[in-house]
Design a protein. Structure first.
Length: 259
């Protein structure tokens, strides 16, 4: 989905900085996009504060117009700690590093997930929610484990909580960025046909049931998500900030109807 976002963004900007921890992904994308804009590939882990400081230093050489932050890992890809570290702490790292550069017209979209929505169906423990709100604290992962208990060691739960944390982060940051004319939202994709989506669908039988219940009767595409991100980053969305947009083909509505 990050690639689909970059494809839509490249023709609208002078310079696009691509970040991925996988260098081979970057090379292929950079050569595809370089006839649209100056492309700066950066191999980096989004949860590494030093790497994100280097990213911000580079962005500061120009002006910070927009970020689509789609890097992430899903339940079958990592341990619970790595899921929370990449998906929530990583989001906090990149937003923290870029925040000083926000000016009027800057916009950001962070990737949450419909998992955060589905977590809400069972009722969300407000104490665990509160524990999500300081992801850059050095003891954050241990503190979260303490508050959430062993349930968070289930990688699916960790993913849902991490994505819930992304939604809450966006709400907090929107208040600060808004004073400078900047906007930040999150997007919650449903089942999307990407390498990550395919890996989850193959490993989790529940996904087939959810697909069957999706009102639009299919998975979404990366480009459908990028179209919504592109809207949120554009001036067309100039009064939209601090909120999450669920883009799931209606599956959460169908699941809520069942519960
Ligand atoms: N595919 C889905 O069905 C789905 C559904 C809901 C939410 N999401 C979320 O949307 C986002 C994009 O998902 P996708 O399906 O395009 O995933 P993907 O696995 O296809 O691509 C993710 C990219 O992020 C990179 N990445 C992973 N960890 C990183 C790190 N620590 N630092 C830098 N780069 C890193 C990977 O190398 C990869 O290129 C993710 O946050 C994911 O959790 C996906």
């Amino acid at each position: 989905m990050g690639l689909a976002c970059a494809r839509r963004m490249a023709p609208t900007v002078a310079t696009i900085v691509l970040v991925d921890r996988d260098e081979s992904n970057l090379e292929a994308v950079a050569s595809e996009l370089e006839h649209h804009a100056q492309v700066v590939p950066m191999t980096a882990d989004v949860s590494d504060p030093e790497a994100m400081a280097a990213l911000a230093a580079h962005v500061a050489t120009g002006s910070f117009r927009a970020v689509a932050h789609a890097a992430g890992v899903s339940p079958t890809m990592a341990s619970w700690r790595d899921i929370v570290r990449v998906d929530l702490v990583g989001t906090a790292c990149i937003i923290d590093a870029l925040s000083p550069l926000v000016a009027a017209g800057t916009a950001a979209v962070c990737f949450s997930s419909m998992s955060a929505q589905l977590l809400g169906l069972g009722g969300v423990d407000p104490v665990v929610e509160g524990a999500l709100d300081d992801p850059l604290r050095p003891t954050f992962l241990d503190d979260l484990r303490q508050v959430a208990g062993p349930a968070i060691e289930d990688s699916g739960m960790a993913y849902a909580w991490a994505k819930r944390g992304v939604q809450r982060l966006v709400q907090r940051v929107a208040v600060e960025w808004g004073r400078r004319g900047g906007r930040i939202c999150s997007i919650s994709p449903g089942m999307i046909d990407t390498p990550q989506g395919r890996q989850e669908a193959a490993a989790q039988p529940v996904m087939a049931m959810m697909l069957e219940r999706t009102p639009l009767g299919r998975e979404g595409t990366a480009d459908e998500i990028a179209a919504v991100v592109s809207f949120l980053l554009s001036d067309e969305a100039s009064f939209v900030t601090g909120t999450d947009l669920l883009v799931d083909g209606g599956v959460c509505a169908a699941m809520e109807d069942m519960s």
